[in-house]
Design a protein. Structure first.
Ligand SMILES: Cc1cc2nc3c(=O)[nH]c(=O)nc-3n(C[C@H](O)[C@H](O)[C@H](O)COP(=O)(O)O)c2cc1C
Length: 188
């Protein structure tokens, strides 16, 4: 995380205000979606790993949730402000319905055995170390109510029951670029 300049960026604004794309697959066959929820932290530090992790939360209705479940690695990519509309597009269309990266004007490129985008200014390449849905019983009552009252954003399952997000914890294998990094701006 050396390239993250926290003097310039409020850490809590990263996901909430800047948004990111979470993606998995290869440039030829991949999918990604916009996320506004995510966490950086330290977990399962052990010999040979720093324990630096990034955690994302995907609702099971997202195609990207399915794609992450099927891959051992995933990426979390941040973009310069000029790609706000592209992120809006990736967050309001499903990869089930077509090549939305192309439609959004984003170019998938390889990173490790996963995928990011040429237009990204910073990408975290992650090895998935945990995936599981939140346990409904463990959620505070108002969180369940939040899901129940937003069925359009969080579609219910086949039985009409609300469903919570899945948690994906990724051990950071590599960080490419940096926020506001001039070379990254040049790449677009
Ligand atoms: C600003 C923004 C933030 C979002 N944050 C999340 C999120 O954190 N988790 C999630 O599951 N969906 C989130 N979404 C919704 C998905 O990006 C959206 O449903 C997307 O179309 C799913 O695409 P897919 O079916 O190709 O995966 C967000 C959408 C927007 C516009």
């Amino acid at each position: 995380m050396d390239s993250l300049d926290i003097r310039e960026t409020e850490i809590f604004d990263l996901f909430r205000k800047k948004w990111a794309l979470v993606s998995a697959g290869t440039p030829e066959k991949c999918n990604g979606c916009t996320v506004g929820w995510g966490s950086f932290g330290t977990l399962w530090t052990r010999p040979g790993t720093s324990g630096s992790v990034v955690t994302v939360y995907l609702h099971p209705a997202r195609y990207t949730c399915e794609v992450l479940q099927a891959h051992e690695t995933f990426t979390v990519s941040f973009f310069p402000e000029k790609y706000r509309a592209a992120l809006g597009y990736m967050g309001s269309h499903s990869g089930r319905d077509g090549d939305k990266a192309a439609a959004a004007g984003l170019t998938p490129v390889p990173i490790g055995d996963s995928v990011t985008y040429r237009e990204a200014e910073m990408t975290f390449l992650c090895r998935k170390v945990y995936q599981h849905p939140f346990e409904k019983e463990g959620l505070a009552p108002e969180i369940g109510e939040y899901y129940r009252s937003h069925p359009k954003a969080y579609p219910p399952d086949g039985d009409g029951e609300w469903q919570p997000h899945w948690i994906f914890v990724g051990e950071i294998l590599r960080t490419e670029g940096g926020l506001g990094c001039p070379e990254a701006e040049g790449r677009s």
